[in-house]
Design a protein around this ligand. Structure first.
Ligand SMILES: [Zn+2]
Length: 196
């Protein structure tokens, strides 16, 4: 038997922000999509949106050290202000053990709307298809395929004036690019939303 190759895992850091880091407009836009997708997917208990930003390791350490010095912060049950993950989070993240979706604070239109729909779909997977949620390829093929379709339905219904031909073709290009990448990485899984 060949010795197992040492795998290099790179660690990425997120700062968990307070709700006031984004404007009321961003909150409204996000909640609107979360509500829309929860309704479509019959999710009764909406996940809470948590804002994040990617930070380098040094910054994460500084944030954590400062936080530890604030009296009371180390009380049991208080959430740490940073989280390390073995993957890079460009848009959003859905933690397994919390009814939350984590979203990068600086996304523009309609990426924010897309990410919100994508993460709500992961919430749905956790509740209805945990085997899908646990399997990277099945989870992402389903969540990406669903979110592009849901985004189009949402824009058509709720933001028609902003659903311009440019935005339509931008969404189509992104969908094709993701479809191609996933077909390389996950050739055994179809790029489609699984049946509810
Ligand atoms: Zn995903």
């Amino acid at each position: 038997m060949q010795p197992a190759e040492a795998r290099v895992v790179s660690i990425h850091y997120l700062e968990i922000l307070t709700a006031d880091v984004v404007s009321g407009g961003i909150h409204r836009r996000t909640n609107d999509v979360v509500e829309f997708a929860c309704k479509e997917l019959a999710i009764a208990l909406q996940p809470q949106v948590v804002w994040i930003r990617s930070v380098p390791k040094g910054t994460a350490t500084e944030i954590l050290n400062r936080w530890k010095q604030v009296p009371g912060n180390l009380t049991v049950g208080k959430r740490l202000p940073v989280k390390s993950l073995d993957k890079e989070i460009k848009g959003g993240y859905t933690p397994l053990d919390l009814n939350e979706i984590w979203i990068q604070r600086d996304l523009d239109f309609p990426t924010l709307e897309f990410v919100a729909a994508h993460e709500v779909r992961h919430t749905w997977q956790k509740a209805r298809h945990p085997d899908v949620f646990d399997d990277y390829c099945r989870a992402e093929c389903d969540a990406y395929a669903y979110a592009y379709e849901a985004l189009e339905r949402y824009l058509e219904k709720c933001r028609k004036e902003d659903f311009t031909p440019e935005i339509r073709s931008d969404i189509e290009q992104k969908r094709e690019s993701v479809r191609f990448k996933l077909s390389q990485h996950c050739p055994h899984v179809r790029f489609e939303a699984i049946n509810a």
